[in-house]
Design a protein around this ligand. Structure first.
Ligand SMILES: NC(=O)c1ccc[n+]([C@@H]2O[C@H](COP(=O)([O-])OP(=O)(O)OC[C@H]3O[C@@H](n4cnc5c(N)ncnc54)[C@H](O)[C@@H]3O)[C@@H](O)[C@H]2O)c1
Length: 449
């Protein structure tokens, strides 16, 4: 099939490369010339495991092309994916400017009957707005489809190639059959394609992200309470995660959620709800909890320094909002760093993938280390913000020898509090008391009632 993908960010690039990989002819278009020039030379603008070989192979085999000419990309396309950004507007609602710009270009540029797919995360009702704009300029029939994307940054290629499900909001048999054919190679193992009406598809994406954000804020509050009452959130997490009704995912406490999706999508849904006269009180709380959780690392560190961090040098491990990505949008590390700088501390940071992005965002306000151990040299304390694999089992003797004071604030509960204490560290984590005995082994009693 001939496919156009407009917007080659985290979503558009993955969608384009994966659709080319299954044999389609794909043109990816973006207004960002630098991005497109780089992609033509197989230089990716983002870090995403497994994506580079896909782009390289499909470009070499002529199934994947890149252009800044959005109209040219649309010519001949049977399906056009709109995958541009939908950043939060000032009032928290999703800013649809880019989506509607693209809709206009589609209306003007289409030269055959086609399916217009909204892949960007957009509020309920957006497809009708897109239809109105395309329809104002189109001379041929077109069909709408809302196809929310559930990929996770850091595992995006795998998630797209092997989705748990594909959600397709359609309102014509034409769109239904074209989209079913396009997605058939991705659901061969029997994972469902769930067809629904367009507003339900649009809402599904927000509901999914809001549910995940709720789990995170819920666990962060439980973790904070655990600290107060002397419980250990790691054990509580395992205790509840084994309940099939709850499940183990998204129960890890931490420094608050960040990234390009949860914060903006929760805000947009809250806004939609308010505008509809149906405030979502649970989500108001989810946001509020997350905002305060983002300050926890700084509060803990500051307490270790008796409230006086001025002049201290703090090593930070992890800048991306989660591992396996270079994305720092709304990253908890940014909140921590800004707070530390504001009280006169200095920051030396390391991240395996996000250094380039950090330099773009923070410039020379902090120092950058080539390795996680280099960041420790001469630092007064270590704060672990992102749970990259390489931080999980470090050389603690080396950490202790490098730090001026053996203080570790672990925002991801990577280390054993008892071990840290026995090694002589002042160690703080999330939802576990500081001076705690070793974690009891959790035995799985086979056949137990
Ligand atoms: N990043 C994720 O993990 C993720 C997951 C699911 C859904 N989404 C949603 O997908 C959408 C895109 O997200 P992203 O993270 O890929 O964004 P992004 O910012 O990485 O990429 C958006 C791209 O669109 C381009 N663009 C903007 N206006 C354009 C125009 N008029 N014509 C052509 N290109 C244009 C930008 O230059 C940019 O390259 C958002 O709505 C987001 O909420 C993102």
């Amino acid at each position: 099939m001939n496919i156009a993908v407009v917007g080659t960010g985290y979503v558009g690039l993955v969608v384009g490369a994966c659709l080319a990989e299954t044999g389609n002819d794909v043109v990816c278009a973006d207004v960002d010339r630098e991005k497109i020039d780089g992609l033509k030379r197989n230089v990716l603008p983002i870090y995403e495991p497994g994506l580079e070989p896909l782009v390289e192979r499909n470009q070499a085999q002529g199934r994947l092309a890149f252009t800044t000419d959005v109209s040219a990309a649309i010519r001949g396309a049977q399906v056009v994916f709109i995958a541009v950004g939908t950043p939060p507007d000032e009032d928290g609602s999703a800013d649809l400017r880019h989506v509607l710009n693209v809709a206009e270009v589609i209306g003007r540029g289409m030269d055959r009957e086609l399916v217009v797919v909204t892949k960007s995360t957009v509020p309920v009702g957006t497809a009708s707005k897109v239809a109105a704009v395309v329809g104002r300029h189109a001379k041929l029939p077109f069909h709408l489809c809302s196809n929310p994307e559930f990929l996770k940054e850091g595992a995006a290629v795998d998630d797209f190639m092997k989705p748990d499900r594909v959600v397709l909001g359609v309102e014509s048999d034409f769109a239904r059959s074209v989209m079913a054919e396009l997605y058939a190679p991705f659901v061969r193992t029997g994972k469902p394609i769930i067809f629904m009406d367009i507003p339900s598809a649009e809402m599904t994406k927000y509901a999914a992200n809001a549910m995940l954000a709720t789990r995170i804020s819920f666990m962060n509050e439980i973790a904070n309470l655990c600290e107060r009452v002397g419980a250990n959130v790691d054990l509580v997490r395992r205790g509840i995660g084994t309940d099939e009704r709850i499940g183990p995912s998204f129960l890890f406490p931490g420094p608050g959620y960040g990234g390009s999706c949860f914060p903006k999508d929760v805000k947009a849904l809250v806004r939609t709800a308010r505008d509809s006269g149906m405030p979502l009180r649970v989500l108001d709380a989810v946001e509020e909890v997350n905002e305060s959780q983002k300050h926890r690392l700084f509060e803990k560190l500051s307490a270790c320094f008796g409230g006086s961090l001025s002049g201290a040098t703090i090593a930070v491990w992890g800048l991306a909002f989660k591992p396996q990505t270079d994305d720092m949008r709304e990253a908890p590390a940014l909140t921590f760093i800004e707070e530390a700088l504001a009280v006169g501390a200095q920051v030396v940071a390391h991240d395996p993938a996000a250094m380039h992005e950090a330099k773009r965002k923070l410039g020379d306000r902090i120092r950058y280390a080539d390795s996680n151990y280099e960041a420790l040299e001469g630092a007064d304390a270590l704060v672990v913000v992102t749970d990259w694999n390489e931080y999980r089992h470090p050389d603690f003797d080396r950490i202790k020898a490098s730090l001026r004071r053996p203080i570790v604030i672990d925002g991801r509960n990577l280390y054993d509090p008892a071990k840290m204490q026995s090694l002589g560290f002042t160690y703080e984590s999330i939802g576990r008391r500081r001076a705690e005995a070793s974690l009891p082994r959790v035995e799985v009693a086979v056949g137990a009632a």
